[in-house]
Write a protein that binds this ligand. Structure first.
Ligand code: SF4
Length: 357
């Protein structure tokens, strides 16, 4: 694999039209499988820093290559940093920037913020896993969180907003997948996606187990049938998804942490977390008003990726289509653990077999 053939564009500001802003790493609930829960010393991004980062990206973009910008507001729970969130949203609207804005939320936020967010052409991606084997708790882990999220989803749908439900699937809620399709159809949610948990962070600490590969894919098959009947757009990562990967470069997002460091993945929500140094590729310099990237780190990550692709993907039947993209982060940071990470290759293999087109 030569540098040109790598399946991603990464660390290039002039084409970097896709960013994630971790507006805060504080959350108003605590899911037992969270991969980046920050228990103490929560941080919030200032609204000045958030808008400065956006402006710097827009200035660096080569408009001949991209005149479209994608931003995801992320956390923690991003709606807890209302000031920065609204500053960014209003900045895009006031400056008439061609931009897709998406909030990744658990759907639990105040009515006053709700009123400020609707009718602004924002995509809402709401985490919700269904009623069975729910592992979403309030902060002291004593009360299950369910009704609040359903209410949030309901309100957004009634207001005509674009809502996608994002379900996290573990061993004990795999059977929820078909009922999630029904849930979306009943509430008027147009899109649904499911992802198996990572064996990382709190899921590892709380011993939340990953779904059995066959059981997961069998439920995806049932849910897919149902989604056609009920008119819900259900995201399937089968053969077609991988073929699309093959024909395009993945634009790896710039993931900004609350203190102004930028990472190449959402693995950690704080630059202070143990291991976070492995994913950090630069920072925003407030005195120079610019983004400073660590070119050496980025070059090393590309070398790591190529090395690990050669080692771990040579025998894989998906190697031509996936090209290692599935393990971009562990390959690039040289932290791939076969026993942990190969699980997602098994899922991909089974999904392409069962969803050939
Ligand atoms: S599925 Fe796994 S082994 Fe196969 S190419 Fe992708 S990352 Fe490599």
């Amino acid at each position: 694999m030569s540098n040109q053939d790598t399946p991603f564009i990464f660390g290039e500001l002039e084409v970097g039209n896709y960013i994630w802003l971790t507006l805060t790493n504080l959350c108003n609930i605590h899911c037992k499988y969270c991969f980046n829960y920050v228990l103490n010393n929560n941080q919030a991004m200032s609204h000045e820093l958030a808008t400065s980062i956006i402006k710097s990206h827009l200035q660096a973009l080569d408009e001949n290559q991209s005149d479209f910008f994608n931003i995801i507001y992320f956390g923690g729970e991003p709606t807890l940093n209302q000031k920065a969130l609204l500053s960014c949203i209003d900045f895009f609207i006031e400056n008439d920037i061609n931009c897709r804005q998406c909030i990744m939320t658990n759907g639990i936020f105040k009515q006053s913020l709700f009123n400020n967010l609707i009718n602004k052409d924002i995509d809402f991606q709401i985490s919700f896993d269904g009623a069975g084997s729910n592992l979403r708790y309030n902060k002291n882990q004593k009360r299950l969180i369910y009704d609040e999220t359903v209410e949030g989803i309901e309100k957004l749908c009634l207001a005509g907003e674009s809502v996608k439900v994002r379900a996290t699937i573990h061993k004990d809620n795999t059977n929820n997948i078909p009922s999630l399709v029904e849930f979306c159809a009943n509430l008027g949610v147009s899109k649904l996606m499911c992802s198996p948990i990572c064996d990382f962070g709190d899921s590892n600490k709380n011993k939340v187990r990953q779904p059995d590969v066959n059981e997961y894919v069998d439920n995806m098959l049932i849910a897919n049938e149902l989604s056609h009947q009920l008119g819900v757009k259900f995201e399937i990562k089968g053969e077609q998804y991988l073929s699309n990967l093959k024909s395009q470069k993945l634009n790896v997002p710039f993931v900004w942490l609350p203190d102004g460091y930028v990472a190449m993945t959402i693995t950690y929500a704080s630059s202070k977390a143990k291991g976070a140094e492995k994913i950090i590729i630069g920072h925003y310099d407030e005195s120079q008003h610019k983004i400073i990237l660590n070119k050496q780190t980025i070059a090393q990550m590309k070398t790591n990726f190529e090395k690990n692709y050669k080692i771990h993907c040579s025998e894989c039947p998906l190697k031509e289509s996936c090209r290692g993209a599935l393990h971009f982060t562990p390959f690039a940071t040289d932290t791939f653990i076969y026993e942990r990470d190969n699980y997602f290759c098994q899922i991909a293999l089974k999904m392409t077999q069962e969803f050939p087109s």
